[in-house]
Ligand binder design. Structure first.
Ligand SMILES: [Zn+2]
Length: 225
């Protein structure tokens, strides 16, 4: 876990609110980690544009942060990170609850279980197809009750408007499994993005352990580049 701007942001707010006294500062801090409000959903609702902007900002941020030397060097790093062996066949079998979340877009109850507070280093892969989804470095404590990441592994996650017409649903790009939702503009981290992911949609492969191959449907064998 890298240090988060949440802490820095809170510190700034604490300082700013110092003259208002402890109660005001507490309220302000609470506001920072409050549950989503109608305004947040409003933000999400306008996120076709917001997502595009965020994506543009993201590429800028990526090229600033991840390219200490040359663009070419960074390319090598990116492709190495996204590399994963592939096998064709049936997806992993899912139990009833996993199926409800991943295939029927269910939502796991919020709480401290699963990976919500996990700080172990490693790679989070899709429970259904093993595709790499998130790095533990991008996980942060959002206090929302679900595992939260402010970035995904490049190209691993698809965003689409949720059936509720308001939120942005996130899905595994490889198998289409439901992961959760992404929220923008909450100012929780520098990337200003929170992937709110169901623990049951993922599996953590601890750092140093072999990541299983990504599974693709047998029907695609020989039909992809
Ligand atoms: Zn998947």
């Amino acid at each position: 876990m890298r240090p988060r701007s949440l802490t820095r942001s809170n510190s700034l707010r604490w300082t700013a609110a110092g003259s208002l006294g402890l109660i005001a500062a507490t309220l302000l801090t609470t506001a920072t980690i409050r549950p989503l409000t109608a305004d947040d959903r409003e933000t999400a609702a306008t996120s076709d544009t917001a997502a595009d902007q965020s994506s543009a900002e993201k590429s800028t941020a990526d090229s600033d942060a991840a390219v200490p030397e040359t663009a070419e060097g960074a390319k090598t790093v990116d492709s190495a990170e996204s590399e994963q062996a592939v096998r064709y066949g049936r997806y992993n079998s899912l139990n009833q609850f996993e199926s409800w979340v991943l295939l029927n877009k269910g939502t796991q109850p919020a709480g401290p279980g699963g990976y919500t507070h996990t700080k172990k280093e490693g790679t989070y892969i899709c429970r259904r197809c093993n595709a790499k989804l998130y790095n533990s470095d991008d996980k942060f404590e959002s206090h929302c009750g679900w595992p939260s990441f402010d970035d995904e592994i490049e190209g691993a996650v698809v965003r689409q408007r949720d059936a509720d017409g308001v939120r942005i649903e996130i899905l595994c790009k490889n198998c289409g499994g439901h992961l959760g939702h992404v929220f923008l503009g909450e100012q929780l981290t520098d990337k200003n993005t929170r992937h709110c992911v169901n623990s049951v949609s993922m599996k953590l492969i601890p750092k140093g352990k072999k990541i299983p191959p990504k599974i693709k449907p047998a029907a695609l064998r020989g039909k992809e580049k």
